[in-house]
Design a binder for this molecule. Structure first.
Ligand SMILES: Nc1ncnc2c1ncn2[C@@H]1O[C@H](COP(=O)(O)OP(=O)(O)OP(=O)(O)O)[C@@H](O)[C@H]1O
Length: 262
């Protein structure tokens, strides 16, 4: 297995707030990982390091390597990783159709601007196919802005899949979705894992950890509290420590649930 992401001795800030100090993390290609942590733990910041929205502090021996390189080009990054996040969902304007949102994945942009034209005819066909493969063909001409949160999230999944990336990175994929929309999305993620794709799923809900996930990283206050096989890391003791509240953990058919301990 080759290495997808290597973070070495990294310090990183969001505004004036230092989120990471001396952080080390390695993710291999094809791994199926959940990064679990409470609000403010640094999950979104970690994803921003990965998609090059923010850069680490320049220090001796500190680096973020993607596919073994510190200078990966944005085009190559898109081939490797498909991103789905709230920020992306909130960034789309009122005029884009669902199909255009998916097509915009080809140019790695939020929307389609005049400088992106002419697009290849093939791009629209491929985008339509991506929507069809996720059961969303009927939404193609609808304005993205007029879709429900769950429909928007699935259209963004189609956008993330446009380059058939080896890894999908998702930030709280079921946030704001009703129970059936959440299950539908989680089933789709399972299907993508079954195709052999890697997944990095950032969340504060253990319920989002699909059975396909093999490794779990617990993140608290910018530090890794635990990192290892799912069955070892998802323990009541570690999760109670992570969330600073006594918790009871149960598992049913590979899905987990947390409750406050009596
Ligand atoms: N733009 C910003 N300016 C200043 N501080 C920020 C900014 N964005 C995030 N932070 C701070 O950085 C820390 C990590 O935030 P981050 O969003 O990465 O956490 P998170 O684990 O994704 O949280 P959540 O689960 O609530 O989304 C928090 O203390 C947060 O307040």
């Amino acid at each position: 297995m080759s290495t997808l992401l290597e973070i070495n001795k990294v310090s990183a800030f969001q505004g004036a707030q230092q989120v990471f100090s001396n952080l080390d993390l390695k993710i291999e290609q094809g791994e199926k990982i959940a990064i679990l942590g409470p609000n403010g733990a640094g999950k979104s910041t970690l994803l921003k390091l990965l998609n090059r929205e923010i850069y680490p502090v320049v220090e001796e021996g500190s680096f973020v390597k993607i596919n073994g390189s510190e200078t990966v080009k944005v085009d190559e990054l898109r081939q490797e990783i498909g991103f789905v996040s709230h920020d992306l969902q909130a960034s789309y304007n009122v005029v884009s159709s669902a199909l255009e949102v998916v097509v915009s994945g080809f140019v790695g942009a939020i929307g389609l601007l005049y400088q992106h034209y002419p697009l290849e005819d093939d791009h629209y066909q491929q985008a339509q196919q991506r929507l069809e493969s996720l059961g969303l063909a009927h939404l193609a001409e609808r304005k993205f802005h007029h879709l429900s949160t769950g429909q928007q999230r699935r259209v963004l999944l189609a956008r993330a899949m446009i380059h058939q990336p080896k890894t999908l990175v998702l930030d709280e994929p079921t946030a704001g979705l009703d129970v059936s929309a959440a299950f539908a999305l989680l089933d789709q993620l399972s299907a993508l894992c079954a195709e052999g794709r890697g997944i990095v799923l950032c969340t504060h809900h253990v319920e989002e950890i699909i059975p396909d996930i093999e490794r779990v990283i617990l993140l608290r206050e910018g530090k890794i509290l635990a990192d290892g096989p799912k069955r070892e890391v998802l323990s009541e003791a570690l999760l109670s420590e992570l969330y600073s509240v006594p918790l009871t953990l149960s598992e049913h058919s590979g899905y987990y649930q947390l409750r406050r301990a009596e």
